[in-house]
Each structure stands twice: as structure tokens, then as C-alpha cells.
Design a protein around this ligand. Structure first.
Ligand SMILES: C[S@@+](CC[C@H](N)C(=O)[O-])C[C@H]1O[C@@H](n2cnc3c(N)ncnc32)[C@H](O)[C@@H]1O
Length: 295
């Protein structure tokens, strides 16, 4: 065996139940890049191990090499989905980065509320919504200024690649700790205790009906045709490489209405050709320039 081959077969995680080699890591990184756009560097061996060892165990396999053979095979589609779900980071919380919701309430919603009450269509998008805290925070912000929103043509589209988090969002059930950032008045108005001994609360029907959860891969095809007045795309492109980030912004910006708002994560920035179409409007907040507006 050559030295190079030996190196790719050496276990990367010491004293582990299952051997994970550089070759296995390269296979896993290749699949997650191709299918989800997520860029994993070699330094992520411990993360990959801790997130996927339970899959190897559940499938009663003996090593990551066997797991890779499974996800690489033609029959491995379902497990590739499980792998992506296990490797995505779903951290989120209600009213995360609160300045975005203040901007939405103060600078964007007044015009949209008037538009909706006059019979207009209002569409907001939470792209990479995780388990629903972000789209429900958008909905709660809307309800705080427009409690009658459910009776108008107002919808929040909530999308993610991971069906598990979408199911949690759709159920709309959260424990009291998760709901702590939600102002008490909004919590009381729009959530009800489950009274099943778990201490959990459920989003009321009217709140849940404002949000439509759908599976959507940001590097796949996007079926929607209509435009949005605001898009939240936060804390997801950070996992993509620079070219993929640029491509997402280039596809997303045409889906924003003129003067529509784009909110991105605290450590992200819009890059590439989309930059010229957007104007800064606060911390990690952009507005789409109206055609004809000067830069
Ligand atoms: C860290 S969470 C961010 C959740 C929320 N936007 C926030 O800021 O709190 C990242 C989410 O992006 C999703 N994700 C990762 N890659 C994706 C892709 N290619 N397409 C759609 N969603 C993706 C993950 O499943 C995860 O739920």
C-alpha cells in the first residue's frame, strides 16, 4: 500500500466505535456539497462522526466505509436524505436577531398592511426556516400590527431542505423555554397550552394558517413564480462556498419586489451581481432598488 493510500485509510477519530477514514469523509463531503451545497472541510471529522455514528449504528453497519457504500449506491437516495438532515445545523430561535423584526414592523409592514387591507397580495418568505421559529416570528410580528391578517391575502412561505424540521414547524408545538423570547402578550394571544403534562404550547390555528411549510433546496429548483415583499435568508449560506452563495443571491433578488426587504444572517453578506441590485437599509438588511434608482 502506498503511503498516500494508507493515509486515506487511517481512522480520523481516535478510539471510535466505527472507523471513519479520510476517504469516507471525502465521499460524505462530496455528497453533501452536491446535494445541499454545504461545504465541509477536512477539519469537520469529529462533527461528521458525532452526527452520523447513530445512523451507522441504526443501520447495523460496521464502519463508515459500509455507510458510504450505501449512500453512494443507486438505492441510497433515502439514506442520503437522512444524511443531509443529520449534517445540517438547525439552530434557531424565536426573534433571533431582533433588529430584523423591528425593521420589518417599523419600515416594511406599515405599507404592506395597508396594501393587504385594500385587497392586495402580501407574500413573505423564510428561506431555510428550520423548525419554524423564524417564520412564526415573522407571523407574530405581522399579527402584532395586523391582528386581522388571517382574513386577508397574506401568507408566509417557510422552506427548508430538511423534512424533519419542517414537520416540527408544521406541528407548531414548542416548550416554554423555546417560547421565552416571544413577548408575553403575543404568546398569550397566539399560543395555547397543550395541557398534556409536557408544558408545551401550540401555535393557534390562525397563526399556523399564516405559514405554509414546504421542502425546498436552495441549490435545487424553486417552483414559486410570484414575488415577495420580504425574504429572510439567514444563517444558511454561511455553510455554502462563495460561488454557491453568489448563485443564491442572484436567484433570490429577482424574486423580491421593488423596495422589498432582504434579511441575512449576522455573519453573512450579499456578494456577486446581486449586490448592485440591493441597497443597505440597516444591519444585515437590504432593500431591492427600484429599477431606475441610482446606486
Ligand atoms: C442554522 S439554521 C437557520 C435557521 C433560521 N434561518 C435562523 O436563522 O434561525 C440553517 C437551516 O438551513 C437549512 N439548509 C441547509 N442547507 C440547505 C439547502 N441547501 N436548502 C435549504 N435549506 C438548507 C438547514 O436544514 C437548517 O434548517
Amino acid at each position: 500500500m502506498t503511503e498516500q493510500l494508507e493515509a486515506t485509510r487511517a481512522a480520523l477519530v481516535e478510539n471510535a466505535e466505527f472507523a471513519l477514514t479520510a476517504r469516507d469523509l471525502a465521499v460524505i463531503a462530496g455528497i453533501i456539497r452536491q446535494e445541499a451545497g454545504i461545504s465541509l472541510s477536512g477539519a469537520k471529522a469529529n462533527l461528521v462522526y458525532s452526527r452520523l455514528a447513530k445512523r451507522v449504528r441504526k443501520l447495523e453497519l460496521n464502519s463508515f466505509a459500509e455507510y458510504c457504500a450505501m449512500v453512494e449506491s443507486d438505492d441510497g437516495k433515502q439514506e442520503r436524505g437522512e444524511m443531509i438532515a443529520a449534517l445540517t445545523t438547525n439552530v434557531t430561535r424565536f426573534f433571533r436577531e431582533p433588529h430584523h423584526f423591528e425593521h420589518l414592523r417599523e419600515r416594511v409592514l406599515p405599507g404592506l398592511v395597508a396594501q393587504a387591507r385594500a385587497g392586495g397580495r402580501v407574500r413573505l418568505w423564510s428561506a431555510a426556516c428550520s423548525s419554524g421559529q423564524e417564520p412564526y416570528s415573522i407571523a407574530l410580528t405581522l399579527l402584532s400590527v395586523m391582528p386581522d391578517a388571517p382574513r386577508h391575502d397574506v401568507k408566509i412561505l417557510a422552506t427548508d431542505i430538511d423534512p424533519n424540521v419542517l414537520a416540527t414547524g408544521e406541528a407548531g408545538i414548542y416548550d416554554a423555554a423555546a417560547l421565552e423570547p416571544v413577548p408575553v402578550a403575543l404568546r398569550k394571544a397566539w399560543f395555547s397550552p397543550l395541557n398534556d403534562g409536557t408544558g408545551c404550547l401550540r401555535a393557534n390555528d390562525e397563526l399556523r394558517q399564516l405559514v405554509s411549510f414546504r421542502k425546498l433546496n436552495l441549490i435545487g429548483s424553486w417552483p414559486m413564480r410570484g414575488k415577495f415583499q420580504a425574504i429572510f435568508c439567514r444563517n444558511v449560506v454561511i455553510y455554502f462556498d462563495a460561488n454557491t452563495q453568489e448563485a443564491v443571491w442572484s436567484r433570490m433578488t429577482p424574486l423580491l419586489e421593488d423596495n422589498g426587504a432582504l434579511y441575512i444572517g449576522h455573519s453573512e453578506r450579499v456578494s456577486g451581481p446581486a449586490e448592485a441590485l440591493l441597497a443597505n437599509d440597516g444591519i444585515t438588511t437590504y432593500r431591492k432598488r427600484r429599477s431606475g434608482d441610482k446606486k
